[in-house]
Design a protein around this ligand. Sequence first.
Ligand code: NAD
Length: 482
Amino acid sequence: MANYTESQIRQIVANVIKEVGADAKKADGYTSTSYKGRKLIGIYSDMNEAIEAADRGYRAVRAMTVEQREKIITEIRRLTREEAQIMAEIGVAETGMGRVDHKRLKHILVADKTPGTEDITSVAKTGDNGLTLIEMAPFGVVGAITPSTNPSETVICNSMGMIAAGNGVVFNPHPNAICTSNYAVDLVNRACAAMGGPEVLVCSMDKPTLESAAIMQSHPKVRLLVCTGGPGVVKAVLSSGKKAIGAGAGNPPVIVDDTADIKKAGRDIIDGCTFDNNLPCIAEKEVFAFRNIADQLIAEMKKNGAYLITKAQADQLLPIVLNEKTNKAGKTVKVVSRDCVGRDADVLLAKIGIKVGKEIRCIICETDFNHDFVQHELMMPILPIVRVDNIEQAIDLAVKAEHGNRHTAHMHSKNIDHLSAFARAVETTIFVKNAPSYAGIGFGGEGHTTFTIAGPTGEGITSAKSFTRQRRCVMADSFRII
Ligand code: NAD
């Protein structure tokens, strides 16, 4: 029998687990190309073929009226509402992350609050020299990279905006969420065909890889790249030489001062932090609480399903959720364990021998500012709380913990000077006052929704108009009628 090294054995075990996982998916009735025996539409094995199909889709949409496009979007909304539960279930089963009930709500939010063609508006300028018309045109084929954390939500939300703007779309979804993402691609194509559009309008890969992403990024027919994911992938698309929209990582801090409604703050923070087990990039990741209200805040959090662990227990949990790895430069770095991301709080607590029921939805602990729980974007229901002496210290530490992502920040306060000072200092795309984080994407807050929050490239809460390019048409010396 051959002698294997430890790393070879690990690889073999990983491959076996992967194979078993693939079979389990087949048994559940879904794969990256089919659902309960039905072939998914728009899924390709070759990225070049997928791009050609998306290009044909784009040309078909170009020939449509805006009214027809809007009909397709209305049908996407209807199917998304109808099949929200299915996508939520596949999403949790495939990735092992998040919660079915919350994922269902996220799909309904996408269906209800993603803008359609009404988001695209034209501008007319008239003067002594006539009329100039500015219209927002499609790019053509958009190449979109999507995350594992909100897979089908992002595919559907991106598709609605991109189609409303008149584009075709090719996706290179996260490999760990490929079945869920491709289910959503198929849903969009079904809606399109049902409303008299082309059979394939949006496309995806059966096995997306970094190589297929590279082909997408360099293909001449892909005119716009839209990337939703962590810092690595956002950097990759921004270095592509193409117009790119980058929606990157966050690490949203929350400040609670001593003017806040502490009862409400405790409830709102736990509600926001535990939504889909902290997978949304906007979710509360660390709290800076005024020293004089910290005990009361912790007590309110505990009343709302939080479990307070000791410093020793936090130290025990740390190496389980953050693993040490050597990066390409030979440096030791801490990387979030994929086995812990998006898991239920009771599952995480069980890893350190604490047994609780499902009523516990969040793990809280008191830490200092330098603790890894504060510094890393964990994406799981673990919420560190740092006591601060005053607003200056709170803002200073919260801005540092946000790491310049300029993504999202939250505050609970009734002091308008405090609220304004933090909002100004942190410079985030989203700033939520006195509400759970999800109010920032239109869930219990005003405004449209998106699952692609483009901080680095500045489009912000993306919508159809983010996926357009400006064109100007000039009629010199005529058509001014006044
Ligand atoms: P991830 O960064 O692991 O993967 C995102 C996608 O990028 C996947 O499709 C992956 O296959 C691909 N990818 C990774 N490296 C690549 C490269 N070099 N070239 C091409 N493609 C590459 O993300 P994830 O774990 O699924 O999502 C979590 C991260 O995404 C978090 O950091 C979260 O904050 C962020 N996120 C941001 C937003 C936003 O709107 N700003 C939304 C969701 C998630």
